[in-house]
Design a protein around this ligand. Structure first.
Ligand SMILES: Cc1cc2nc3c(=O)[nH]c(=O)nc-3n(C[C@H](O)[C@H](O)[C@H](O)COP(=O)(O)OP(=O)(O)OC[C@H]3O[C@@H](n4cnc5c(N)ncnc54)[C@H](O)[C@@H]3O)c2cc1C
Length: 349
């Protein structure tokens, strides 16, 4: 089988690495090699990444930049601390480069229609979804992210500040040394201003500015996920946890599902829909938050379902999931103001 992988982000580069020994696989990437940079906060769960890395002969521990102990959630009036269970940042650029070692990749090739001569063409173009038909009623969150150096870092671990209406959040992820990814995504577009205010308040030196929208429409609503010889993986088919914009591990899950069902694409579609069913529930919750505000009395059941999903997958998400944290963050975020909480008002839970 001759396979083309279009887009060598995390899903595409992983697939190239997984398939190169058994098939003739070519990669295509629209960016030039020298300009390639993964636009992402580089946060993930080390527990799961370890397994994916093992499958392609890499040792994930070598890529870890920071392992978190707690997630600091800024609720406006107080800082709420949530225990972490493996959430880390990793050098995603080097990881993807190593996945591509010995792979045939044509950088600087923007592909917009099916390339000739392949039995299967994989659309791993992320948000662009360049080969599959456009998604009707696509939902996405605009984001911006800075790489920032702080001579006096305001926090020494993962920190987030949710926006009111739960329409997104600001993140501050440690990258080791005094480097941080500070970014925000907000459906109501307050993200750029908020990141600027944060960096100004804490006196950071901005080294790089990047950003792109993140798709939060789940796979159920991203159909078709295949058409003739083209099949989608990763964010092109909506494998992003809608509440957090977390897409690395879900994209790798979808890539593995494709490897297992390479000769039966309809079975791959069914596997994806089953695997990402919980993302539909999370999307419904976020959709309610964006369109008619959350009422905890009315919407408690859907929140409880999300809680249960995460509660039994703490290793997967790298975060301890407790119902009181859920209720506290959701309840407080809805009333929180845009101001950042001062560090000294921290409340330990
Ligand atoms: C600012 C930001 C922060 C994020 N932070 C996190 C995080 O901390 N943790 C997490 O888990 N997720 C995070 N995400 C989400 C995560 O990065 C993505 O969901 C995930 O990388 C998707 O992987 P992918 O391989 O499907 O797509 P991508 O990684 O987006 O890769 C797609 C590739 O296709 C290429 N391409 C696009 N169009 C074409 C074309 N026509 N021809 C050829 N090549 C093309 C692109 O250049 C790109 O290299 C973040 C997203 C953003 C925007």
């Amino acid at each position: 089988m001759r396979i083309a992988v279009v887009g060598v982000g995390v899903a595409g580069s992983y697939l190239l690495s997984r398939l190169r020994d058994q098939y003739r696989v070519d990669g295509y990437e629209m960016l030039a090699r020298s300009r390639y940079f993964p636009i992402c906060a580089w946060g993930t769960s080390r527990n799961m990444m370890k397994n994916f890395a093992n499958k392609v002969g890499l040792n994930f521990e070598e890529y870890i930049l920071h392992t978190g102990k707690e997630l600091i959630v800024d609720l406006g009036r107080e800082l709420h601390h949530i225990k972490l269970r493996g959430l880390c940042t990793f050098d995603k650029k080097r990881f993807e480069e190593d996945l591509l070692e010995d792979c045939e990749v044509r950088f600087g090739s923007r592909i917009t229609s099916m390339p000739d001569g392949y039995d299967l063409v994989i659309d791993s173009t992320g948000f662009n979804r360049s080969l599959l038909p456009k998604v009707k009623n696509d939902y996405f969150i605009p984001t911006v992210e800075y790489r920032v150096k702080f001579s006096n870092p305001p926090f020494d671990d993962f920190y987030i500040k949710p926006f009111r209406e739960l329409s997104g959040y600001l993140w501050y992820f440690p990258l080791g040394g005094n480097l941080y990814h500070v970014g925000a995504g907000d459906y109501f577009k307050r993200h750029s201003r908020t990141v600027d205010e944060f960096v100004k308040k804490y006196g950071g030196e901005v080294l790089m500015k990047i950003g792109r929208p993140v798709r939060i429409t789940p796979p159920l609503y991203c159909q078709p996920i295949y058409m003739e010889k083209i099949v989608g993986v990763g964010e092109s088919i909506g494998t992003v946890f809608p509440m957090l914009g977390e897409g690395i591990i879900p994209s790798l899950y979808s890539a593995e599902a494709l490897v297992e069902n390479l000769y039966n694409i309809e079975r791959y579609r069914k596997t994806i829909l089953r695997m990402f069913k919980p993302f539909g529930t999370v999307f419904e919750f976020i959709h309610r938050a964006l369109t008619r505000n959350i009422d905890l009395k009315r919407d408690w059941f859907i929140l409880f379902k999300i809680y249960l999903h995460m509660r039994f997958r703490e290793e997967r998400y790298g975060v301890q999931a407790r119902i009181r944290d859920f209720l506290k963050v959701v309840g407080a975020a809805r009333q929180s103001n845009i101001m950042f909480c001062e560090k000294r008002s921290s409340v330990e839970v």
